[in-house]
Ligand binder design. Structure first.
Ligand SMILES: [Zn+2]
Length: 304
C-alpha cells in the first residue's frame, strides 16, 4: 500500500479525513470476502480504509491505495472473473442502445463524416464502445492495461496504443468509461490525455456517483452498513477516487475543461434522428414504405 497525502485531482495539500475504518474490521472484511468471492488475501489488512476530502476541489479519495504489487494481485487474481464470454453474455439490449446513442451524438456534434473522427477509448475493456464506434465508421484507438483485453482489442480492429506514446492533438473524442475512479494519479493521466486531444475535441468521463455513500459515511454509517450499490461507489482498493458532480467538474477544470451541456434536441435526435429537419422525413417514412405499406424490396423473411 502507499499513501496519497495530496488531492489526486487538484494536487492541493488541504485534505481532511472524512471517514476511516480499519481493513481488518468486520464491515470491510465482509465486503472483501463477498466481493472477491474468497480470493482476497490479507495483503491490505494492516491498513486503513481512509477517505480524505480535498478542501479545495471537494474530491473524496482513498488515502491508502494499493502499490504496484498489490494492484497486480488485485486485478489479476482477486477481481471476479470478467472474461469476454461472461461479459458478452451479460450485456443487454439497453446497454448496447446506450452506446448506440453516444456514438451518433459525438458524430453529429462535429458534423463531420465518421471516417474523419479519430476516437480514443481510454480503458476500452472488452471493447463494447470501441466496436460500436467502429461500427459507425470512426477510426478507433484504445488503451488498456490487461494483456488479455489488449489482444482482444487488436483482434477486433482497435489500434492499441500506450498512454506514454499518444500523438499530440490527435483525437476529437476521448472516451473514459469507468476508469478515473480507479487511477492512483488521475491528474497526471488526464493531462496526458489532454495533450492528445484535438483543439476542438471533447472528452467523456463517466465514473460512479459517490454522493449518497459519502453522505452516509459522513453521518456515521459504517461501510458494512451501506447497500452493495453504495459500497461499489467507494469500493476499497478499487474505486479510490469517489467523485460527485461538483468534484468531477472541478477535476475537468484543473486541465482547462468545462462541461458540455447538450440540448435535449441534440440528445434525443442522436438516438433517433427524429428531431433533425434534414433526417426527420427519412426517419419517419422509411419504416412506413418498408414495412407498413410494403411495396419495397427490403423484406425480412421467416418460415411460412
Ligand atoms: Zn482537490
Amino acid at each position: 500500500m502507499k499513501s496519497r497525502t495530496r488531492c489526486p485531482a487538484c494536487l492541493s495539500t488541504s485534505v481532511t479525513v472524512a471517514y476511516e475504518e480499519p481493513y481488518r474490521g468486520a464491515g470491510i472484511q465482509g465486503y472483501l470476502k463477498t466481493h472477491y468471492e474468497g480470493r482476497a488475501t490479507a495483503s491490505a489488512d494492516a491498513y486503513t480504509f481512509r477517505i480524505g476530502r480535498c478542501g479545495d476541489c471537494g474530491l473524496a479519495f482513498q488515502q491508502q491505495v494499493p502499490d504496484d504489487e498489490l494492484l497486480g494481485e488485485l486485478y489479476n487474481h482477486w477481481v471476479p472473473s470478467t472474461g469476454l464470454e461472461r461479459n458478452h453474455r451479460d450485456y443487454n439490449l439497453d446497454q448496447y442502445r446506450n452506446l448506440a446513442e453516444q456514438v451518433p451524438f459525438v458524430i453529429a456534434y462535429f458534423g463531420l463524416p465518421p471516417s474523419q473522427l479519430n476516437v480514443l477509448d481510454f480503458g476500452f475493456g472488452w471493447a463494447h464502445f470501441a466496436r460500436m464506434a467502429m461500427g459507425y465508421g470512426c477510426a478507433v484507438s484504445g488503451i488498456e492495461l490487461s494483456a488479455e483485453r489488449r489482444s482482444h482489442g487488436e483482434s477486433v480492429g482497435i489500434r492499441v496504443v500506450d498512454l506514454e506514446e499518444l500523438p499530440p492533438q490527435q483525437y476529437r473524442f476521448i472516451n473514459a468509461e469507468q476508469v478515473f475512479e480507479h487511477l492512483t494519479e488521475p491528474r497526471q493521466v488526464l493531462e496526458r490525455l489532454m495533450a492528445s486531444l484535438a483543439p476542438d475535441g471533447i472528452v467523456k468521463i463517466n465514473v460512479p456517483n459517490a454522493v449518497a455513500s459519502l453522505k452516509k459515511l459522513g453521518r456515521g454509517t459504517g461501510f458494512g452498513d451501506l447497500s452493495p450499490d453504495e459500497q461499489m461507489t467507494v469500493a476499497p482498493l478499487e474505486h479510490i477516487n469517489a467523485f460527485c458532480a461538483d468534484s468531477l467538474e472541478a477535476f475537468g477544470k484543473t486541465v482547462g475543461l468545462k462541461p458540455l451541456r447538450p440540448s435535449f434536441r441534440q440528445l434525443y435526435n442522436s438516438a433517433s434522428g427524429l428531431l433533425e429537419p434534414r433526417t426527420l422525413a427519412r426517419t419517419l417514412l422509411r419504416p412506413v414504405y418498408r414495412h407498413v405499406y410494403p411495396r419495397s424490396t427490403f423484406m425480412y423473411f421467416r418460415r411460412a
